[in-house]
Design a binder for this molecule. Structure first.
Ligand code: 5GP
Length: 253
């Protein structure tokens, strides 16, 4: 069998050439990394969960008219996506103080913010994805003013959608990160949501107990990451019946 062409390998995903022009196959690995890959582990079942959860969120976005890269899921670990030109920014939306914001401003994690705050990091592993003001983004030509207006509007719509879906299952959406890509239709360019939406890129707290159900479980050694992600999937009705940690196949004599 011919081997697929690998386009790009990241920390948690691999992109392969897709079956049709303008498509990629996105493969979700079980690898987890944190602190710019200084902490690493393999967490059995994480890739399967994130594939399904990203499918669930992206399909929801499509249903309410927010364009994104998802075409269809291919199997347990792979989905067909549209090829995009990624804008080198992490677009972060925060509803409550946590993580780097809480640290930077000396705020207690979980403090509600007066309104959702959108911020941008420059996607560059070597520099540790530094926070950048819009002024830098415009000056360096990573995006135009029109792009930025569209990106903020998309980010806030995604926030309303995700916060609502999560609220429905007793989860507080603390913050999340998305990436935005360009697609070209002749001379016309559109911005769409790309990459993934999963507990790897969100902060999700149980509404009653504040139990963390996201990648902070791994970052801060708070317990079993696959179990936390399974809980999110279970509440959302994704993978209701499938046990994730099915272990390795056993030989039957
Ligand atoms: P913070 O800036 O507080 O570390 O992160 C804010 C939000 O963006 C969190 O939900 C976090 O998971 C997400 N985020 C920030 N940087 C990255 C990244 O490089 N990869 C992923 N998957 N998520 C990120």
């Amino acid at each position: 069998m011919a081997r697929r062409k690998k386009i790009y390998e990241g920390k948690a995903k691999i992109l392969y050439e897709g079956p049709e022009p303008g498509t990629y196959v996105q493969y979700f690995k079980d690898d987890a990394t944190a602190f710019n890959a200084q902490k690493k582990a393999t967490i059995e079942g994480k890739g399967v969960l994130n594939n399904r959860l990203s499918e669930f969120f992206m399909t929801g976005l499509t249903n309410i008219g927010i364009p994104n890269h998802f075409i269809r899921r291919l199997n347990m670990r792979e989905q067909l996506i549209r090829q995009v030109e990624i804008i080198p920014l992490e677009v972060i939306v925060r509803n409550f103080a946590a993580g780097t914001m809480a640290k930077r401003l000396g705020m207690e994690e979980g403090t509600p913010l007066p309104r959702p705050i959108v911020e941008f990091s420059y996607k560059n592993d070597a520099l540790g994805d530094p926070l950048v003001p819009e002024e830098y983004i415009l000056a360096f030509g990573w995006a135009s003013q029109q792009d930025m207006d569209d990106i903020v509007s998309i980010a806030l719509r995604v926030n309303d959608f995700l916060a609502g879906v999560m609220h429905g299952v007793g989860i507080k959406l603390i913050d999340f990160k998305i990436e935005i890509g360009r697609i070209w239709d002749g001379d016309f360019m559109r911005l769409i949501v790309a990459d993934e939406i999963s507990p790897d890129s969100c902060r999700l707290w149980d509404m009653k107990t504040n139990r963390k159900l996201d990648k902070d479980v791994f970052r801060r050694d708070l317990g079993d990451l696959a179990e936390a992600y399974t809980e999110v999937a279970r509440r959302l009705g994704v993978m209701q019946s499938a046990p994730v940690n099915i272990g390795k196949p056993k030989l039957i004599n």
